[in-house]
Design a protein around this ligand. Structure first.
Ligand SMILES: [Zn+2]
Length: 297
């Protein structure tokens, strides 16, 4: 009898621990989960870096992944308002519904920018919670990582010590990286820029760049030729050093403007996987700064 229970115990210990299933809405949160959880979890990203995170098709494979998830990590602030509610409903997974322990929204842990004082949908894709593109200020990852490590430990107490340890080392490495990036980015301070979509307010705020104009007449709306001509006119009196766009966007509006205003058109990875260099969170910011600094030359 004793021998049998020892055998059972040995069998139980040999079983791999049930890894947490994580469903990340965007690649930056999958990358952060990877930093904090390592091989303790199985991580799936609903979108890739070259995909528009505002517009995602709620395809069956996505819904199947959501159905099996123990934890969903999304930006929130309505970035995913066009597709996530459908995925959540169709998944019929109670664990990841809003308000549950398995629902983590990164925007809840940072100070939001561009929160509208009045809500008018005629202004385009305006988000009542503020601009949702929080992933381009590296400082935002500090409170988000802390909250996420805590959440992982709550959902998977057996590995709590590991999450805590990995978070402590991420925190230290990330602070060092921020200091390095800020030093490297000094020449960008005060530089006037144009943007194709209003996707960069957090990056601008971090680096001290000044957004003079956006090419989209309203967030999410393709600029017409007439609108681009107006923008070009504005740049005669208020010149900019470069025009920025995210890797997922069509290059055409930026390039139209760049050619006529004689400024560089700079494509940024925008998230992890947006290009070949931005393979993880460190690569995302390394590459973003390299490209911005090249734009000054
Ligand atoms: Zn947007």
């Amino acid at each position: 009898m004793k021998r049998l229970s020892l055998l059972l115990l040995a069998w139980a210990l040999a079983l791999p621990a049930q890894a947490l299933n994580i469903f990340a809405c965007e690649p930056e949160w999958a990358a952060l989960a990877q930093e904090l959880a390592g091989d303790k979890t199985s991580i799936y990203s609903a979108t890739v870096g070259t995909q528009d995170p505002h517009r995602v098709e709620a395809r069956p494979s996505l819904i199947a992944k959501a159905r099996r998830a123990d934890l969903r990590i999304c930006t929130g602030a309505e970035l995913e308002v066009g597709w996530l509610p459908v995925v959540l409903r169709e998944s019929a997974n109670p664990a990841i519904q809003p308000g549950q322990l398995g629902a983590f929204e990164a925007a809840a842990y940072v100070t939001m920018m561009d929160v509208p004082t009045r809500l008018d949908r005629s202004e385009g894709d305006v988000h009542p919670g503020g601009n949702p593109h929080i992933q381009l200020d590296p400082r935002n990852y500090l409170p988000i990582a802390q909250a996420l490590a805590q959440r992982l430990a709550q959902l998977d107490p057996v590995n709590a010590a590991s999450y805590q340890q990995r978070h402590a080392s991420f925190h230290q490495n990330w602070l060092a990286a921020i200091a390095r990036w800020e030093k490297q980015a000094a020449p960008l301070k005060g530089q006037p820029i144009a943007v194709q979509h209003k996707g960069f307010p957090y990056l601008e705020n971090w680096l001290g760049m000044k957004e003079i104009v956006a090419l989209e007449p309203k967030p999410g709306m393709e600029p017409s030729a007439a609108h681009l001509a107006t923008v070009l006119g504005k740049l005669q009196t208020q010149p900019v050093r470069m025009v920025l766009r995210a890797a997922y966007q069509s290059p055409r509006p930026s390039e139209w403007l760049a050619e006529r205003a004689h400024i560089p058109s700079v494509e940024l990875p925008f998230t992890v996987g947006g290009d070949g260099v931005a393979k993880d969170l460190y690569g995302l910011f390394d590459d973003t700064l390299t490209r911005l600094l090249a734009g000054l030359k």
